[in-house]
Design a protein around this ligand. Sequence first.
Ligand SMILES: Nc1nc2c(c(=O)[nH]1)N[C@H]1C(S)=C(S)[C@@H](COP(=O)(O)OP(=O)(O)OC[C@H]3O[C@@H](n4cnc5c(=O)[nH]c(N)nc54)[C@H](O)[C@@H]3O)O[C@H]1N2
Ligand SMILES: Nc1nc2c(c(=O)[nH]1)N[C@H]1C(S)=C(S)[C@@H](COP(=O)(O)OP(=O)(O)OC[C@H]3O[C@@H](n4cnc5c(=O)[nH]c(N)nc54)[C@H](O)[C@@H]3O)O[C@H]1N2
Ligand code: SF4
Ligand SMILES: [Mo]
Length: 676
Amino acid sequence: MKTIRTVCAHDCPDQCSLLAQVEGDRVVKIQGDPEHPFTAGFACAKVNREHEMLVSPDRILTPLRRTGAKGEGRFAPITWEQALDEIVTRWQAIIEDEGPLGILGYCYSAHQGQINRGLMLGLFHALGSTRLLAGTVCDSCAEAGWDAACGSVGGADPETVEQSDLIIAWGADLMTTNVHIWPFVERARSRGATLVVIEPRRSATAERADWDLRVKVGTDAALALGLMHVLARDGLANRDYLARKTLGFDKVEREVLPRFSPEQVAAITGVSATDLVRLAHLYGKARAPFIRLGEGMSRSHQGGQAIRTVALLPGVVGAYDKPGGGALLMTAPTFGFDASPIRKPSGPAQTRTVNHSRLGEALLTMKDPPLRALFVAGNNPAVTCPDSAAVRRGLAREDLFTVVHDPLLSDTARYADIVLPAASYLESEDVLRGYGTYYVQFAQEVAPPRGEAWPNRRLAQELARRLGLKDAVFSMSALALAKLFFANAAGTASGLDPEAVRRNGPVKVAPSGPQRFATPSGKLEFYSETLAAQGLPALPDWAPDAHGESLERRFPLRLLTAPGYFQSHTAFSGIAALRKKQGAPACVLHPEEAKKRGLEDGQTVELHNDVGVVRLVLRVSDEAPPGVAFVPGQRPAAEGGGTTVNMLCSDRYSDMGDGATYQDTRLDVRRAPAAR
Ligand SMILES: Nc1nc2c(c(=O)[nH]1)N[C@H]1C(S)=C(S)[C@@H](COP(=O)(O)OP(=O)(O)OC[C@H]3O[C@@H](n4cnc5c(=O)[nH]c(N)nc54)[C@H](O)[C@@H]3O)O[C@H]1N2
Ligand SMILES: Nc1nc2c(c(=O)[nH]1)N[C@H]1C(S)=C(S)[C@@H](COP(=O)(O)OP(=O)(O)OC[C@H]3O[C@@H](n4cnc5c(=O)[nH]c(N)nc54)[C@H](O)[C@@H]3O)O[C@H]1N2
Ligand code: SF4
Ligand SMILES: [Mo]
């Protein structure tokens, strides 16, 4: 038995260092690395079972060619040689007919590191095809909101949270999506720190909080402005910090805050005026208040303003200067890595793009030229994209040649003409940098790829070779590519020696000292000229959503979605034990809402609106507030009677970063007719 140190590549802020126990070619156990300060010796409930995923009966072991109708999921095994020949022949014919824009490369994080995900993007960049504007389903709006306030720079080191005396998990279910910060939070609490959770629902973290404050979905900017109002009014603002390190607070104070008195904010947010004043005083008097911002609140039409306004709050009290204080959304920009040599080896700087969250529209309506080929890697848009029924209609087009590279026969893969078996991160070499921690680490190949699975890197290189692309990256080893990734680092990672990181294990490269701001003024920007130039509000603000309110008259419930505890979107759907623990795909309604509709716990219900109808099992619990239908997790259609929750969500954009607006969905719930 060997123990091999590697790193978890799932799309997760923690980026745990892992120890894999291997017998022969088989991984028998995965555990958290006890020597890694943030991982602290434990993996999450999902990755504890990763060894089962490697040998999941649902894994695809050979390339497949479709034999049934699109979506039906009938395939026959073929060889890699046959699969690659067919792909290259079809793509070359499209390129000859109307140029490379007829092909769309739709590759995302893939639960992989920088090389495996980057090189796939590099392939389509070099090809000059239509490209993916990636991340809009996830963090592009949150990032744009943060950047407006702070600039493109990471936030506080999560490990400093143990020095804080007031921790606010603001729209962040730490127990589910950031569990390794929890021991640090608990250490701070053992020294007297208070944990406040600001959430629309009673999340697992809210259950463990000192104070569980419920806010209405989509109203966080108003809540943050209400706190600023009280801080300024009651002499709790740090005027010295505001004068030295921020820009435009005077304008906010004059033009915005008068509209956000505690009473006005209570009417908008559902947080009482008394609670608001109490929280403002707690925040204003804390020595080093720390805010962990989650992305969930960014996925609605004013999501960018929400994140931006909360990110401005520490500036009002000077918390960004205090060890243990400040805010954290993400860490990634601070490393300063330059992925462009891998992601953009050659090819046109500009080409046509498709927004990640509008795949359905692109497949159904794009012209001059229409999309004739689609390549998907590490993405399951038939489940995870907004308006996923439109995605499925697009994928069902007979004249669309679709290739999917995935370890599982995902819902998206079921529509493919060719499915290619993907290796897991445990079966491939890579380099990773955190987005919720400040560590850099190499991933070892812990076991050989199962069956005929290939890592993304190998596939990108083989396709590039056959397509005649000559860029050096398409013939480099993983280590050579990693060196390229490190070469131009301009932030905290500059000067890191990749060979040493590979040899010695995880390295922490956190910023030190007060929070830096990378805005045009170099200060925390309450007033943003950059936003004004984009036609967006220069000051933080909140306004009612006329579109949402008009829908509310017909569909009185608001959808709230959040990650599943035992699933990471759909990537662990190959582990039966985790599917079982997560339970049947469900909708949670407050007892009042269930009673109004004559619905009972355990019944199958239909969630419906103008976009679609979805069937789920009803759970009745005050975990969901009145007025909300809470749906945990993204689940494959087969687990939920043929439908998935995003069939209800429109592809409307958020205010910043053209992000998805899942949480803006209005709907109603009714008893499902007897099985059809
Ligand atoms: N177990 C598990 N872990 C995961 C994932 C998973 O699917 N499962 N997904 C991974 C990925 S890809 C990502 S991007 C991260 C995301 O992790 P986070 O950045 O933490 O974001 P979310 O978990 O999407 O949303 C956090 C919380 O926001 C709340 N929320 C929604 N709308 C609002 C609102 O208007 N106001 C407030 N205050 N709160 C709101 C939700 O109830 C949810 O609990 O997690 C990663 N980790
Ligand atoms: N309603 C609602 N919808 C959401 C969200 C929400 O909060 N609410 N969250 C959004 C967010 S934050 C995100 S990031 C997206 C996630 O959306 P996706 O990235 O589409 O979802 P995943 O299920 O994480 O993973 C996609 C696929 O990658 C495959 N995969 C895993 N490892 C590898 C690999 O090494 N190589 C390859 N080629 N494939 C691999 C998995 O089997 C899976 O089929 O969903 C978004 N959708
Ligand atoms: S918590 Fe996140 S990084 Fe850690 S093992 Fe689980 S999925 Fe991986
Ligand atoms: Mo995400």
